[in-house]
Design a protein around this ligand. Structure first.
Ligand code: CP3
Length: 355
């Protein structure tokens, strides 16, 4: 029986139960095994994703339909023995209830503001009424279908990265339009980022209430922040997000992905997450030597474009270099041209190193 033709109702029976590789993280806050999942594991490299997305009439509508979003979330777990599901959604969805129009086409996200930033910020100052219930509903469906050994990851964007998109509708080179707004209107931008921080905390909290048991904060463009903004605005808002979230959910592990800025983030964040995501530009083994925190990621997604024996060779050399268990993941999202058989080769190479 083909996995793809299996009815959605039967999903529970075809998701391979993963081993309890996350168990010690939940029980003791430490890792005894190395769980594996892949950034963007639900998405365009999977043929079955395209079918479901087209039937939903596009990416945004797929995100907003809880049954479809749940179905897409589960697609990679039907094919591969992964240890986590990450809810199918996007870091930019949060902008919609905050007064932005968002759309996704072949050029990527298209964002426009419904009103000048100043009036948007004023309208939210005393009245943050904001909800993305459809994401919570999708999480509930997924939580009901996956094996308890699977982690279920909720996520949001870091306030700085989301603000870059919000303030740069044309996505200028290196978000320079957004950054000029940071310089020209620092107070306004800070107020906006504060609203994003609060909304993101409520959003993550809602995801946990719906069944997510790990949350991840994506700061994909942190490396674009000039120093003054990096420290005073970007990291400050992320630390506040982690702190306020942790005050409410002390036992939910938080992963923060300060892309390419791991050491500076570890040094300057006033509130650390539980886990740090690391890109392929950084030295994973050295970071593990220097810091006791749990790390995730670091495996170049382009490795999965090569061939089985190359994948095996590099996975082996990279993972045997690691000091202690970590969350095995790609460095950034899996590429859409990745052959499915290479994903199998990657997962097999990782599992072959387990004793
Ligand atoms: O499987 C998963 O990882 C969960 C779903 C997920 C998506 N986006 C779905 C998606 C997650 C965790 C994200 C995070 C996200 N979205 C980030 C942070 C991580 C990163 O990639 O840096 C960012 C910056 C975005 C914003 C965004 N969304 C961009 C720039 C784009 C277009 C370019 C691209 O990479 O595809 C999207 C669209 C998007 N988000 C798709 C998916 C599956 C592709 C939609 C499609 O065309 O089918």
């Amino acid at each position: 029986m083909s996995l793809i033709s299996t009815k959605q109702n039967d999903v529970k029976s075809i998701i391979a139960p993963s081993q309890a590789r996350f168990a010690s993280l939940f029980e003791k806050g430490s890792l005894e095994m190395s769980p594996l999942w892949m950034m963007r594991q639900a998405g365009r490299y999977l043929p079955e994703y395209h079918g479901v997305k087209n039937r939903a009439n596009g990416f945004l509508r797929a995100c907003k339909n809880p049954k479809i979003a749940a179905q897409i979330t589960l697609q990679p777990l039907e094919r591969f023995e992964l240890d986590a599901a990450i809810i199918f959604a996007d870091i930019l969805l949060i902008l919609e209830p905050l007064g932005f129009q968002i759309d996704f086409n072949d050029q990527g996200p298209q964002i426009s503001s419904r009103a000048p930033l100043e009036s948007l910020v004023k309208s939210f100052e005393n009245n943050i009424d904001y909800t993305l219930e459809y994401v919570g509903q999708a999480i509930e469906i997924v939580a009901d279908k996956i094996h308890p050994n699977h982690a279920l990851i909720g996520f949001c964007g870091a306030p700085f990265t989301v603000a870059l998109y919000a303030l740069d509708s044309k996505r200028s080179d290196q978000f320079s339009t957004a950054l000029t707004t940071f310089y020209q209107h620092p107070q306004l931008v800070e107020n906006f980022i504060d609203i994003l921080t609060h909304a993101s905390m409520e959003y993550l909290s809602m995801q946990v209430a719906s069944g997510a048991n790990i949350v991840m904060i994506f700061d994909s463009w942190l490396a674009l922040a000039p120093w003054a903004i990096f420290n005073n605005i970007a990291l400050k808002s992320t630390a506040k997000l982690i702190r306020t979230f942790k005050a409410r959910h002390p036992h939910i592990p938080v992963i923060y992905y300060p892309k390419d800025k791991t050491s500076d983030s570890l040094k300057h964040l006033s509130q650390l997450p539980d886990i740090i995501g690391v890109s392929h530009n950084e030295n994973f083994g050295q970071l593990q030597k220097d810091h006791s925190i749990i790390f995730q990621g670091n495996i170049d997604q382009r490795l999965l474009l090569t061939d089985d024996s190359t994948i095996e060779h590099w996975v082996k050399s990279q993972l045997t270099d690691r000091e202690r268990p970590s969350i095995i993941n790609l460095s950034h999202g899996i590429l859409k041209q990745t052959p499915i058989c290479h994903v199998h080769a990657f997962i097999n190479a990782v599992r072959a190193l387990e004793n």
